[in-house]
Design a protein around this ligand. Structure first.
Ligand SMILES: [Zn+2]
Length: 336
């Protein structure tokens, strides 16, 4: 094609063709040199068309985000973290890890309370949650809010492993009575080992002396927590007692055992577990069910922390109070 065109441009054959070839070579070299000069003089002009980068598409919201907490949700998060998380923001990945480990703790608490899973299985699950929270805390880019949640998660994991789980000792966890989150900054971590136990009564008249419903007792525990946390004379980080027992013998988890209690006054709280019996025992004794639960709880805690029976005392032993009332104090004196 090219040759054919050249021949048509230069119809004279022979010398003319040779001249034409030489001339065209010269012209081409000159044009190339000029083009190069032109391009060098105008570096801003594109030398060749630049390929457009592919459009950036936002990854769609993962399905686990709107899923209510369930085992299925935890499976979705695990899968997402494995195969899809790299395309998403760091914040969403941290949120996924937080929800995964909070879910593991939530289901472990439920299974402990209902004895639905062997303890060994629960310990493995709690351990993986603990490691997950530690991994989040090790990330320097984690926000203050996420850090706080991970720290609470770690404490929750520790309390779950330490909490009494004996067959006769069903403890109603904080979430089951709808506890408020503690103000961690107002709490004092336990220093040393638990070495004594102090028994109180709540001296309120809202709880049913025979026990009443779970919801009634949970409401009373919430009122006590609110009083301890919000009343200007207190403003504590959480409910002051570690355990509370209602007239039906239900045991409620109060302040977690990572923290020193607030129930015996000042240094009397050090290494001192606080148990509160719901009701006023000035004139009457606690129900048999409540006394039985107190006995089981005391036995368990004493065994766990090697506390001798003589270190289980009524609040009145610290002076300036009649708490927990004469009947309960008399019962404690007989407790062995
Ligand atoms: Zn007291």
């Amino acid at each position: 094609m090219y040759t054919h065109r050249m021949q048509r441009s230069f119809p004279c054959a022979g010398r003319s063709a040779v001249f034409a070839q030489r001339t065209s070579g010269l012209v081409r070299s000159l044009c190339a040199a000029l083009a190069l000069l032109f391009l060098c003089a105008c570096p801003s002009l594109p030398r060749k068309p630049v390929e457009e980068p592919p459009p950036i598409t936002e990854p769609s919201t993962p399905s686990w985000v709107k899923e209510p907490m369930s085992w299925h949700k935890l499976e979705l998060i695990e899968l997402w973290l494995e195969v899809d998380a790299a395309r998403h923001s760091r914040e969403l990945v941290i949120e996924a890890k937080l929800q995964l480990n909070e879910g593991r703790l939530q289901f472990s608490r439920r299974d402990i309370d209902s004895s639905a899973a062997p303890r060994e299985t629960l310990l493995v699950r709690v351990e993986s949650a603990r490691k997950g929270f530690e991994e989040i805390l090790a990330d320097p880019a984690v926000s203050a809010g996420a850090r706080n949640r991970a720290q609470l998660g770690l404490k929750g994991a520790a309390s779950l492993v330490q909490a009494p789980t004996g067959k006769d000792l069903a403890i109603l966890r904080r979430q089951q009575w709808n506890a408020r989150a503690p103000r961690v900054s107002n709490l004092t971590p336990l220093k040393g080992a638990w070495s004594r136990i102090t028994v109180h009564h709540s001296a309120e008249s809202t709880s049913d002396p025979r026990g009443g419903s779970l919801e009634d007792s949970a409401a009373t525990v919430r009122i006590i927590q609110k009083y301890h946390m919000d009343d200007p004379t207190h403003r504590w980080g959480d409910i002051g007692y570690h355990f509370l027992i209602d007239g039906a013998g239900r045991i409620f988890e109060g302040r977690e055992l990572e923290w020193q209690g607030a129930h015996a006054g000042g240094s009397n709280n050090q290494q001192n577990i606080g148990i509160c019996m719901l009701g006023d025992f000035e004139r009457r004794a606690p129900t048999e069910a409540a006394r039985k639960s107190l006995q089981v709880l005391l036995d368990d805690l004493r065994g766990r922390y090697r506390i001798p029976a003589e270190r289980v005392v009524p609040h009145s032993s610290f002076g300036s109070t009649r708490c927990p009332g004469p009947a309960l104090t008399a019962w404690l004196k007989k407790y062995k």
